[in-house]
Design a protein around this ligand. Structure first.
Ligand code: 5AD
Ligand code: SF4
Length: 464
């Protein structure tokens, strides 16, 4: 009989990708995926450590799972195996076994390829594996079947680098995910071709510091992200490329030129700035100023005039004054972001900023976050309203909420719903936007794709 695995993923796209890789490793072991913990034989919490009391949340979830485990042992005579994976696993290690009796296995992000062996061992004893092994885990991660790829949709994540060497003073990533490593280009391209052959039409190339990519090329030279994107754009069937998350310091000439030269590279850039104050940027060890950021935006806009921007912001970093915060608001007003994520600074144990003396009171952080989010929301709505009357190419991702409706994404990652029973998932169609809602755009088919200037590719093997 098939066993069932439930993976609950928190946090970033890297974790979403890793959750799929874990399911792929477990598939040959007879595991199928389920959406509910209640009927799972194996429960994996794929945790995130970036903000807030993430570890505490995991412990309370584990408390609930302990109750469930006891109940199922009483009722069925057997209990699910419980695994903690992801960045909390990496950061807390054996502490998790001590504090959470329900846990059978703690596994860090660099050891997922060992899951079958670790699970076998966990039948006999409780296990922790948070090593950073020397071998490349990607070499040992099995490929998903074409059916599985198709079920996951026409837009796929593709990990090209992991870890980070930037050491922003607020961030745990360099500690939890380790030093920056880039996958060799040939391996990325092989994965890309497999995904495209199964019907994927869009790649979001991901990494904690994705534009620091410097992988070995098939020609023996070091490839930049710009170079890699050129090759990915040539993969048959691929119509759209995106990448995330980038650091301003790594927006090199190659990458900016790729925004000019590659129609497939969507005109939407997520480029975290964190703060608009030079003093705070220095305290964060961001190694760029607000002017550096503005110049990068100007150069990218010169290369691709229709580009829209997105960013991450932290308010209430230690030492942030009202004047520093005003600088952030000013940067927002000057730049105009299509969307953004913003957070209250959250001290992470072991990071330099957590030790800084001038911590900002919680109520000040809350007030600043509310003010920043108001400003960002206003810009987001303005950006969405400006879509009305325009025609966008939409990559069709799924059926819409109502009969005859289809749903997909604009080049700017906006969700678009439109009436048309005839188009297929994976098609790219031109849609004239007629209305905006709080979280999506609505429109009607408007002739051939390509009307908004983005690429159209023969659908060929990708007609799903
Ligand atoms: N506190 C608040 N936000 C943080 N981020 C990273 N670390 C912290 C922290 N300690 C935010 C940054 C980053 C995003 C992924 O999370 O804005 O870009
Ligand atoms: Fe963290 Fe800074 Fe690296 Fe981003 S660039 S992962 S914020 S250390």
């Amino acid at each position: 009989m098939k066993k069932k695995v439930y993976v609950k993923s928190y946090g970033c796209q890297m974790n979403a990708y890793d959750a799929e890789r874990m399911a792929d490793v477990l598939a040959p072991e007879g595991f199928i995926e389920t959406n509910s913990a209640e009927d799972a034989d194996l429960i994996v919490l794929n945790t995130c450590h970036i903000r807030e009391k993430a570890a505490e949340k995991v412990y309370s979830e584990l408390g609930r799972l302990r109750v469930m485990k006891d109940e199922r042992t009483a009722a069925e005579g057997r209990a699910p195996t419980i695994v903690v994976a992801g960045c909390v696993a990496q950061a807390e290690g054996g502490e998790i076994l001590r504090r959470a009796p329900a846990v059978d296995l703690v596994v860090g992000p660099q050891s997922y390829h060992n899951l079958p062996a670790l699970l076998a061992k966990a039948k006999r004893e409780r296990v922790v594996d948070t090593e950073f092994p020397v071998e490349d885990k990607f070499d040992h991660l099995p490929a998903p079947s074409p059916q599985k790829i198709r079920a996951r949709g026409v837009s796929a994540f593709l990990t090209i680098q992991e870890g980070c060497d930037k050491f922003c003073t607020f961030c745990v990533v360099p500690y939890t995910r380790g030093a920056e490593i880039s996958r060799p280009a040939a391996k990325i391209l092989a994965e890309a071709e497999r995904l495209a052959a199964a019907g994927v039409r869009e790649f979001t190339v991901i990494g904690q510091n994705v534009n620091a990519y410097h992988g070995e090329g098939p020609d023996g030279r070091t490839w930049s992200l710009g170079r890699l994107l050129h090759r990915l754009a040539d993969v048959p069937g691929i119509a759209r490329l995106r990448y995330t998350t980038s650091h301003p310091r790594d927006m090199d000439d190659d990458l900016i030129a790729a925004h000019r030269d590659l129609q497939a590279l969507m005109p939407y850039l997520h480029l975290p700035v964190q703060s608009g104050s030079d003093r705070i940027l220095a305290g964060m060890n961001r190694r760029h100023t607000r002017d550096d950021y503005r110049r990068i935006i100007d150069r990218t806009r010169a290369a691709r005039p229709d580009i829209a921007l997105s960013s991450d912001f932290i308010v209430g970093f230690p030492g942030e004054t009202d004047a520093d915060f005003e600088d952030t608001l000013r940067l927002v007003r000057e730049t105009g972001f299509a969307s953004a994520f913003s957070f209250k600074y959250s001290p992470r144990p072991g990071t330099p900023a957590a030790e800084m003396v001038e911590q900002v009171p919680e109520d000040v952080k809350s007030a600043r976050l509310a003010a920043l989010q108001d400003a960002l929301e206003e810009d987001r709505q303005k950006f969405n309203r400006a879509a009305v009357g325009r025609t966008f190419d939409v990559l069709v991702e799924r059926k819409g909420r109502h009969a005859g409706q289809m749903a997909g994404k604009s080049p700017y990652l906006q969700a678009v719903q439109f009436d048309d029973g005839e188009v297929a998932i994976g098609d790219i169609v031109a849609v004239e936007i007629t209305e905006t809602g709080p979280n999506s755009l609505f429109g009607r088919r408007a002739g051939q794709a390509g009307a908004s200037g983005t690429i159209v590719r023969a659908v060929g093997a990708n007609a799903a």
